[in-house]
Design a protein around this ligand. Sequence first.
Ligand SMILES: [Zn+2]
Length: 248
Amino acid sequence: MAGEVYSKLITSKNPKVMNASSRNGLKIDRIIIHHNATTNKNTAMNTWVQGGPANTSAHYEVTPTEIIGCVGEQYAAWHAGGTGGSDVPRIASPNQRSIGIENLNSTGGPGWKVDPKTVANCARLVADICKRYGIPLDRKHVLGHNEVTATACPGGLDVDEVVRLAKKGGTSVAKPTYYKAKGLYEVIAPQINGYRDIGFKQKRAVRFVKGTRFYAEPEKYGKITRFKTSMGYFSSNKAFVKFIKAID
Ligand SMILES: [Zn+2]
C-alpha cells in the first residue's frame, strides 16, 4: 500500500504486502505486544502476507538487531481481533485502535523466551509510538495480547518490563545502517527529502518518491554516511533506499 507511515526507528521495511484494513476513523490509543511463537522471523512475517491462509499481521517485527516495518501505522493490522466464537476481545475494536508489535522468540515452547535485546528494541519502539500519538506510557495503554483476547501470546515476554524500559526511553541496540558505496540506488520508502547541506538543516523543494532511481556518492557525516547527488543531499539509510548497481 502506498505512503505507509512507520516509526523512524525502523531498520528496514518488509516489501511484501501484508494484511491490513481501514482504522474506520478510530484514533490510535493502545499498543498490543505479541511474541512470534517461532524463533524464525521470516516464518513469522510470511504468515502476514496478503492472501495467505493465516489472516494475521502486525505493524512491526522486532528482533535483537532489527525493527522491521510491516504494516503502515495508518492502517489496522490483524493482530488482536480474537478467533471468534466465545473469544470476545476485552476492548472494543482492538485492531482499529492499536499498533501491534511482534517480537521474535529466542527459544521455543513452552518457555517462548525473548532475547533482552529484542525487549529493549520493543521498549524503544513503544516509547516512540506513545510520544508520537500522545498515548500514556502505562500498562492500561500498553497491553499484552493475552490481556485483550484468549491466547498464550506474548509467551515469555514480560510486558511490565517493556513499559519499565520504555519509560527510560528504551536502550535499543537496533541502529540504522547506511550505504557506503558509490552507485545507483532506488527509493523504497514512500519518499526521501533532499537537503542543501549534509547536516540536513536546509530542506530543498526536491524529494524522491518510492521507485525513483538516482546516482549517489556517499559522504561521511560524523559516524554515518549521507548521499551526495546532483539534486542535493539525501539519506543513505538502508531502511529507505536499496542498492541497484555500482558505478565507477
Ligand atoms: Zn499475539
